[in-house]
Write a protein that binds this ligand. Structure first.
Ligand code: ADP
Ligand code: MG
Length: 284
């Protein structure tokens, strides 16, 4: 019957890579979500630019676009879109993408930094973080702080319903992990009715948190992690059930995942649990 369960799941756009995962879906106690691209749309838009005295807003945006010219991160796409003009990447060297932090790249002999507060602190840049709500990308050039881009992302219409659906299905703990700032973590978590959130996490911190949550899960229960696959393949691999969202997910994530949701709707997980239970003959 598990075999037919895998077929039933696939007809609903849910790829389950083995009957053991179908079984685990009937025993979920903890569901951990990544934020960006999973609970939020991951479609960012630049809404404002701050610049310091020595840099124009246009220069700040240009430096940001140069730094982000080669990144696949959704933040990078929004910055390239805001810049609109072509980007001459031949002027760039020593490109480094630091997962969960941002970008460092050399442009005309000086380093551009584009990333979060943690990145600029690590690079010893003197600046005052913006108190405005929302995601911010801080820009420095040649060791000086240049300015900051304000970027918005939106919660998916489907996310609230997904969290409620999991609670109705008996999942006792819903958690969000994010590399984004504390205030954004808090806001998103409150809006969605999540039990817990952890913010400002680097990829390794996400693995550590997941292991902690795993160690504290209820006896006999399983832990699932749901991610979009950008920066989260190690966490996907570590969960009892690693779930990738196929729409945006990278090949590496689809490879690392145990279950793939072919659309970007988190509520597909509730559907997956329902199919798994029906297959096992467990009442809803
Ligand atoms: P999440 O945990 O919300 O899925 P990520 O781990 O992908 O987010 O990224 C965490 C944070 O790292 C972002 O909110 C951003 O501040 C910073 N960051 C990551 N990649 C980039 C990039 N290409 N440009 C600027 N900032 C970045
Ligand atoms: Mg992510």
């Amino acid at each position: 019957t598990f075999f037919s369960g895998i077929g039933a799941a696939s007809r609903k756009g849910i790829l389950v890579k083995g009957s053991n995962y179908l079984e685990a879906l009937t025993q979920l106690g903890t569901v951990v979500f990544d934020k960006t691209g999973t609970l939020t749309k991951g479609v960012f838009r630049v809404t404002a630019i701050d610049s310091t005295d020595n840099f124009s807003k246009d220069t700040v945006l240009h430096l940001a676009a140069l730094a982000e010219s080669q990144s696949r991160h959704p933040i990078a796409q929004s910055i390239r879109q805001a810049w609109k003009n072509p980007i001459d990447t031949t002027t760039l060297s020593d490109y480094q993408e630091l997962s969960g932090l941002g970008i460092c790249v050399v442009y005309r002999g000086k380093e551009i930094l584009a990333g979060n507060e943690t990145l600029l602190h690590q690079k010893h840049i003197t600046f005052t973080p913006s108190p405005a709500a929302g995601t911010k990308v801080y820009i420095a050039y040649g060791g000086s702080y240049a300015g900051c881009l304000h970027i918005t992302d939106e919660i998916k219409e489907d996310s609230r319903q997904a969290i409620q659906g999991l609670k109705d299905a008996g999942v006792s703990q819903t958690v969000m992990l994010t590399g984004d700032a504390e205030d954004i973590g808090r806001t998103v978590s409150q809006k969605l009715g999540l039990d817990t959130y952890y913010a400002q996490l680097l990829p390794q911190d996400k693995v550590d948190r997941l292991e902690e949550l795993d160690a504290h899960k209820q006896i006999g229960k399983k832990l699932a992690f749901v991610g979009d696959g950008i920066n989260d393949a190690p966490v996907l691999a570590r969960a009892d059930v690693g779930i990738a969202m196929g729409g945006l997910g990278s090949d590496a994530a689809i490879e690392a995942a145990d279950v793939v949701l072919m659309t970007d709707e988190p509520s597909k997980l509730v559907t997956a649990i329902r199919v798994a239970r029906a297959t096992k003959g467990i009442a809803w």
